[in-house]
Ligand binder design. Sequence first.
Ligand code: BGC
Length: 446
Amino acid sequence: MGALGFPAVSERPSRVTGKHGESEPGPSGRGSGQATRRSPSGTAEGQEREATTELEFPDGFVWGTATAAHQIEGGNWNNDWWAWEHDPASGCAEPSGDACDSWNRWEDDIALVGDLGLGTYRFSVEWSRIEPEDGEWSAATVAHYRRQCEALLARGIEPTVTFHHFTTPRWLAARGGWEDPASADRFAAFCGRLAAELGDVVRRVCTINEPNIVATMGWLLGMFPPGKSDHDLRLRVNDVFVDAHRKAVEAIRTAAPGVPVGLTLSMTDYQATDGGESRRERMLRDMEDVFLEASEGDDFLGVQVYTRMRLGPQGILPAESGVPVLDMGYEYWPQALEACLRRAWSITGGRVPLLVTENGIGTGDDLQRIGFVQAALEGVLRCVADGLDVGGYFYWSLLDNFEWAFGYRPRFGLVAVDRRTFVREPKPSAAWFSSVARANALVPSS
Ligand code: BGC
């Protein structure tokens, strides 16, 4: 899974607390700060000629940053995650509480995105606020999200809106949530109504964020709600999510024709060492391919990548010696983005345009963040040079926010948030990312 700290050493369910402290001292993991100048033609002459232009992204490349409702809004007490965070048996580090208070401070967030000069902002709506009970629709909540979209549009920023980002209303979770095949139709009905009400102000819709992570963490590893460990159930949840996505796409297209719609998928650079090949195949099948295949016909596929995972005959291998381990318990491996983009492109037969809807690093070392993103973007450029249709890059995340079972410790933000006053303070990486986005090209970090 990309981001969420898949158990580093074994495939057995484990609790968050057990996953830290496996880090080995090693290089800082900072990038070189130098972009690779590589010629698509591969010739020395080509390198000479193109050296100044190859750090540029194609015209129209979209630059953005991303957040999710439960991680920033605060007070989202009516969903399955709130209950989970407050269950001492769940192993969660701490509850989300007020998060970044973005329910009240969303205008500050939008101003930050505007100051960064980004073309799009990806955020999610909280279903449990829009439908606090089955069949009760909160017009005031939808109006709240409409105001956010309108404020973005007024600044020339495209709203990219995710309709489901990990959290499920309590009333739906109570009747089986994503185990229940009926949830697919229920979700599609929600999507259709919301798209009808917001279709004129959204510019891109992501149906379900990382269904593979929700299914695996919730139904196999027991680290997300509902905390189950059942192989067959996990496969069933995969299928319900595929059905929910397909039905949601249809409902959104009917209600809001012309708005691009797609899935956002967590991808990992799975690498087999001798004897780990069949494990890798299985992992790819259940974690990725079932969803990559389900993206057929979509307007885009959101690729979300954070790291690699090495698999040996006995299971997941620990970090390789010399490779830094991040706060999330996995390796610093910015090269993973390029590998996953290439794989997504190949499995989908090059028929679905790609967007990097999430890539980032949880670190207290902001220079390490710049090095990570720089290296990841160099990989994006190589993909583009090889003809892959990669249309944009969203950095995860705008803010230091609630990192699910890990609480507030991992810091993914371009912007720090004071946990007591909620005052936002951009980090140096924010200025660097802004200069890359404005130049539409990799620029040296200063
Ligand atoms: C999720 C985010 C999460 C990020 C970093 C992704 O898997 O979509 O909600 O915060 O990774 O772990």
